[in-house]
Design a protein. Structure first.
Lengths: 413, 362
């Protein structure tokens, strides 16, 4: 019992060091924003795909915003991908298409496989440009965002681009405030540190872009994946394409306002991430590819983020087991000490990261909510572990691929 | 003390000690002092002349007064909306500008000139200046910000702290320090020894003339090799794990990504884009259709023609006679530090995030 526990403690220590490395890099390291100053160029033609499934509450906001961006009109085509909506989404999109002929070209999908990746895959028939940007329908892009997301594609090494998402409904309740903190830590620190250290910034599948030739080279969208963005990140990486993160390319999003919706969202992310771990983890570590060893190691750790939740739960169970063995050997004491040290310092590393993000964002007061993150942490660890368990059981229960769309909460359209 | 009371006190103290660290969190949750979404500026797209146009708009609101001053030749002293004292000059007379408060003459007023404006030497202008006509600055002046409807000439060794925008041409004489945003709707000419950060104009000329070395280079012109290629139609990229060298005069098709150092020989032609993970050296007379990008530093030799963006994560040096961008296809040249020799022309943006040096000593 003691050796698995020691192994788990070591794993947790690796993730703790990673948290500290990223945070210290953001606070004191060299910050890379190589493409953000490209404000003038012979801009390429761009297609913006707006993924929409029953989005009548939000779709008009994003289409309005996209009609007002500073990108040259004649080089920008908006393709709302209406994926089997049963509400008023289709009518709203058609109204916009009529109001902006040639600029908005709707893609109405009435049958086919569920899920965003499947919808995007079908919508590729509408794409004729080398640069593709992707937004979910609940996002509200700012005027300059399209240029900022396109600029990195002047670098022939770049296959994917990711911007920063900022919760618009941050102040609604405890959950949205905690998600706001988590997003800050994840983008302001994690993603930018990976960019700085030339590691693996993750494609988020929205406020994001992909190069058509890179997408074709890796075989297009993977409609078997629950998280097409994670899947894309790793296939691009293995094929030698870089995904870059633009921290100053910010865009408002809507975060879940109820715990059940949040739970379903994080369970889908966990399943998709674990799918990617199973598909690409070993290839990343052991097969020759165009990725550097740093990228491979970071990529593997990134893939392992969600599997760490059930591993941590197992660690707690093992620690209890060791305790109740009756006679705790010296090694057992050491393991317990290490595990409890993690509880004090390891968790603190994640908190430190989020506090640093608050500082970098200039929002010091919201950092006072940090103690409540324990709540979010517990919900996540339980949800992610449930997702893992259901994935393990799937071959026995015969569970099928199922896409859970995140519910919207916006009051006005 | 009874055992029950002791237990109750112990529980209470423990409870207080448990809740105490949560108190700031609970207060913030209830009072929502920092609950607004982080500020994402929706309408500002990073335009270089954003502040200049904002200032111009505020001046336009005083148009009747300015027109009256221009017609009568009389000065006026209104107060701006923000409370700043303002001087509207009815004619080109700088005597009303300086108020000798210290060793150096200083003007603490927002200056609005209804016509041309000629400014005295060695004067510090602490507020914005607007000129409806041509603005000619004196030597060794210091400015906060300037908007000119016509041409602007900044005298030798002047300093700019925030922004300057000229609807006409902007000429900075030698040894000026131009911090912040410098833009023109027509042309910027930087004298030797100037320091800059962010420049934008349809044409930016370092020194007095475009060296013309590009025309002198012996290699065939891009037009002779084929039509202009767009990003949409590039050939597949080549990825090279180590260093890479393009031979002099060689024509390279498609995009090239080299993870190590790259040297491009004199007179070579790059039909696509080029990325080097480390240092990039481009020798004289090279022509590139796409972008050239370095993960470290870049040196571009004499008489090169680069059509796409030129990006280096650390620094860029550009030798005389090189042109970046085209009249009809503006581009960006960006790095933390940039050094450009006299005779370099950039069509579009020249942006040194930390500092740029022009001409002499570049």
């Amino acid at each position: 019992m003691i050796y698995p526990l020691i192994a788990i403690v070591l794993l947790i220590c690796i993730y703790t060091v990673r948290h500290y490395l990223f945070t210290l890099n953001r606070l004191f390291g060299f910050q890379r924003h190589p493409y953000i100053d490209i404000d003038t160029a012979d801009w390429p033609a761009v297609t913006v795909l707006v993924a929409a499934h029953n989005e009548e509450k939000v779709i008009s906001n994003i289409l309005d915003a996209l009609m007002a961006v500073s990108y040259p009109q004649e080089k920008l085509v908006i393709v709302p991908v209406n994926d089997r909506s049963t509400d008023g989404t289709r009518a709203i999109i058609d109204r916009f298409a009529k109001a902006f002929p040639g600029r908005i070209r709707p893609f109405h999908r009435v049958t086919g496989k569920g899920g965003k990746a499947a919808a995007l895959k079908d919508a590729m028939a509408m794409v004729e440009t080398e640069v593709i940007l992707i937004f979910d329908a609940d996002y509200v892009p700012a005027r300059g965002l399209i240029k900022q997301l396109v600029a990195p594609f002047f670098d022939p090494e770049v296959g994917g681009v990711m911007g920063r998402v900022v919760p618009l409904n941050a102040g609604e309740n405890l959950l949205t405030r905690l998600l706001d903190l988590e997003r800050s830590g994840g983008y302001q620190v994690d993603q930018q540190a990976r960019m700085n250290l030339r590691l693996v910034p993750q494609h988020g599948g929205t406020v994001a872009g992909v190069r058509l030739s890179a997408l074709r080279e890796i075989g297009g969208w993977n409609d078997k994946s629950l998280t097409e963005d994670t899947d894309l990140t790793f296939r691009l990486l293995l094929a030698g394409w870089k995904t870059v993160y633009q921290n100053r390319s910010e865009c408002y999003e809507e975060v879940p306002e109820t715990w059940p919706v949040r739970l379903r969202q994080i369970m889908r992310w966990a399943k998709g991430h674990n799918q990617a771990l199973a598909n690409y983890g070993l290839r990343l570590l052991f097969r020759p590819s165009l990725a550097s060893w740093r990228e491979r190691l970071d990529g593997f750790l990134l893939l392992g983020v969600y599997i760490m939740a059930p591993i941590t739960l197992l660690g707690w169970a093992l620690a209890l087991g060791v305790f109740y063995q009756g006679t705790i050997a010296l090694q057992g004491v050491v393991a317990l000490l290490a595990f409890t040290s993690y509880a004090a310092i390891g968790n603190f590393a994640a908190f430190f990261e989020i506090a640093a993000a608050g500082q970098l964002d200039g929002s010091a007061r919201r950092v006072r909510l940090l103690p409540f993150l324990i709540l979010g942490f517990v919900v996540s660890i339980v949800g992610v572990s449930r997702a893992f368990a259901s994935q393990l059981m799937a071959p026995l229960t015969g569970a099928q691929f199922h896409w859970d769309k995140t519910e919207r909460f916006r009051r006005t359209s | 003390m009874s055992p029950h009371l002791a237990a109750a006190v112990l529980c209470a103290v423990t409870g207080v000690l448990l809740v105490l660290p949560m108190l700031p969190a609970i207060l913030e949750l209830r009072l929502k002092k920092d609950a607004a979404p982080l500020n994402v500026v929706q309408q500002y797209a990073g335009e270089i002349a954003h502040f200049a146009h904002g200032f111009r708009d505020s001046v336009q609101r005083m148009a009747p007064l300015v027109a009256n001053c221009a017609a009568t030749g009389v000065n006026a002293h209104p107060t701006l909306k923000g409370g700043d004292a303002c001087l509207v000059l009815g004619k080109n007379d700088a005597t009303a500008l300086s108020s000798p408060t210290g060793k150096e003459p200083t003007c603490a007023l927002v200056v609005i000139a209804a016509a041309d404006l000629t400014l005295p030497d060695r004067t510090a202008f602490l507020k914005e200046i607007y000129a409806a006509g041509k603005l000619t600055g004196g030597e060794e002046c210091a400015y906060r910000a300037i908007y000119g409807e016509g041409d602007i000439v900044l005298g030798r060794a002047s300093k700019l702290m925030r922004w300057v925008h000229a609807a006409g041409a902007l000429h900075a004489e030698p040894d000026c320090d131009l911090y912040g945003r410098v833009s023109s709707d027509r042309e910027i000419m930087l004298g030797a020894g100037c320091v800059f950060q962010r420049l934008h104009a349809p044409r930016i000329v370092i020194g007095t003339a475009d060296g013309g070395a590009a025309e002198a280079c012996a290699s065939p012109r891009l037009a002779d090799v084929g039509g202009r290629e767009k990003m949409d139609a590039l050939e597949p990229r080549r990825v090279i794990e180590g260093d890479f060298e393009v031979q002099p005069g060689e024509v390279v098709a498609g995009n090239v990504v080299a993870r190590g150092k790259v040297r491009v020989g004199a007179g070579a032609i790059l039909l696509g884009s080029l990325k080097s993970g480390k240092a990039l050296v481009i020798e004289s007379g090279v022509q590139a259709r796409g972008s050239v990008i370095s993960g470290d530093r870049m040196r571009i030799g004499e008489g090169c023609r680069i059509h796409g963006p030129v990006i280096a994560e650390r620094g860029i040096e550009i030798a005389a006679g090189t042109r970046c961008g085209e009249v009809n296809a503006l581009t960006s040249v960006c790095a933390l530090k940039i050094r450009v020799e006299e005779g370099v022309t950039v069509f579009g943006t020249l942006w040194a995030r930390e500092i740029g040096h022009a001409g002499r000593g570049a």
